[in-house]
Design a protein around this ligand. Structure first.
Ligand code: ADP
Length: 460
């Protein structure tokens, strides 16, 4: 039983039945009250008509005695009435219900003006309605009391009550059954959605939940779930791609190390040759370490487990320190790094900004000819931003590649990039780092002339 009320369908039905029953009971109570008032009103009206008839046929004798001119009243014997003097003396009584007596007259209650109605129960349990009124006949004030049985009224009321009492549970039962069926019909899409959701796994992430009516709540839920599935699917595909790219990237230096080792093991070589072989192996190892470092950085970035602290920092100081760090690489290629610009502060994380700048400068050095100039320009931009422009005089990047170079592992010329020690992760890291600092990074390039990367940050 307990589990029956655990499901929404039963609970909905139960609530529905409860509310419906309350409304019905209220409605029944109001109806009974109205019927009672209506019947009582009718009875009172009938009594008033009788009163007027009785009034007309009262005759006062010369000795002051009261008589009724009953010849003119065909229903005389059916009427029960009394005539009293204002002093409380019973002057006349017509009693069709023998043996049943009324209480004595109470002039205070049985009003002096207009009519007074009163319901009372006789000693034998019969309920009657009593109407009293005062008339003046030939200068004599008289009280007329008319009595009518209420039994018919109560019988009719009881029939009506029993009718309601039988109809009420039937109506509740029918409504409950209807409610249960309706709730089942409305909730059925939920069951179908749950069944479908259970069947979706990593193998069929492209499947979606059925949406019967996108406008209703169920449709809205199914749509929201489908959107979530879409996001999971995209993330899953990206992860799959990333894992396969990473494995591929790792395999290249590992294969290289093995081949170099195998060559080293073949017949005896001079110590210089061995030194050369070990040097090559270390170079590959360095490449591998760099790649693993980058992969680790990205995986921590994806897991949001990097400690990022955004605060106002002096951009020219960060540029100076980064340039100092990378200067030896530029010198190796006889390149010059020129820095210029105003002193600006912006909101950023120092380590992340340095990492992004390092990656841009490393690329500028790698993809520019020896002896060329690399310029780092710091200036204020629109909307209270600070811009760092890193321009080189290198090969440039063709327009179709411009947007894609920020993707993980994307390289314009795979062979050349690898030769220069690249793995296709530098710009992906730089873009991610900028986004984490509420900044962005864009690129402008012209083939043969050079490339400019622009970093934008919010000034403090
Ligand atoms: P990589 O490790 O290969 O340099 P990046 O993500 O840093 O990877 O860069 C992606 C690709 O964008 C590079 O392979 C290269 O083709 C191109 N690229 C990046 N910077 C420059 C640049 N300054 N000049 C020319 N091409 C560039």
């Amino acid at each position: 039983m307990k589990s029956f009320f655990k499901n929404v369908r039963s609970r909905l039905t139960l609530w529905y039945v409860l509310v419906f029953s309350l409304i019905l009971v209220f409605y029944a109570a109001v109806s009974i009250t109205f019927v009672y008032l209506y019947l009582m009103n009718n009875l009172d009206r009938e009594m008033q008509e009788d009163y007027e008839i009785v009034e007309e046929y009262i005759v006062i004798g010369d000795d002051g005695s009261i008589a009724i001119d009953e010849k003119n009243d065909p229903y005389f014997h059916e009427r029960w009435f009394e005539i009293w003097s204002p002093e409380g003396l019973l002057l006349y009584r017509n009693r069709p219900f023998t043996g049943r007596s009324l209480p004595p007259l109470q002039p205070d209650e049985e009003s002096q003006k207009g009519f007074a109605f009163r319901s009372l129960r006789l000693t034998n349990g019969i309920r009657v309605r009593m109407m009293s009124g005062m008339i003046n006949i030939e200068g004599n004030w008289l009280y007329i009391r008319l009595v009518s049985s209420e039994e018919k009224l109560w019988r009719e009321l009881a029939s009506f009550f029993w009718l309601l009492l039988i109809a009420l549970p039937v109506a509740v039962l029918v409504a409950g059954l209807g409610g249960y069926l309706m709730a089942g019909k409305f909730l059925a899409p939920l069951d179908r959605m749950a069944e479908k959701a259970r069947a979706i796994g990593t193998g069929n992430l492209t499947e979606r939940l059925p949406v019967h009516n996108p406008q209703d709540e169920m449709g809205n839920l199914a749509n929201a779930f489908n959107e979530l599935l879409e996001r999971i699917h995209t993330a899953f595909e990206r992860l799959k791609q990333f894992t396969s790219d990473a494995a591929h990237e790792l395999r290249t230096p590992l294969t290289a190390i093995r081949s170099i080792g195998e060559v080293g093991l073949q017949n005896h070589k001079s110590p210089e040759r061995y030194r050369e072989i070990i040097g090559s192996m270390l170079e590959e190892n360095q490449r591998l370490t760099r790649l693993v470092d980058n992969l680790l950085f990205l995986s921590r970035a994806d897991a949001r487990s990097l400690d990022i602290k955004i605060e106002p920092i002096d951009l020219s100081a960060v540029i100076r320190q980064t340039v100092e760090l990378i200067q030896p690489l530029a010198e190796e290629k006889e390149q010059r790094i020129e820095t210029k610009g105003e002193s600006l502060y912006a909101r950023a994380d120092k380590a992340l900004l340095k990492q992004a700048l390092l990656n841009l400068l490393d690329n500028a050095i790698k993809y520019s000819p020896p002896g060329s100039v690399i310029r780092v320009h710091l200036l204020g931009g629109e909307n209270n931003t600070a811009c760092i422009r890193v321009s080189d005089q290198g090969t440039g990047i063709a327009p179709p590649h411009l947007e894609r170079i920020f993707e993980r592992f994307y390289r314009v010329d795979k062979g050349r990039s690898r030769e220069k020690g690249g793995s296709g992760l530098g710009l992906a890291i730089a873009r991610w780092a900028m986004e984490m600092q509420e900044g962005n990074i864009t690129v402008e390039s012209e083939i043969g002339k050079g490339t400019t990367f622009v970093i934008r940050l919010q000034r403090k």
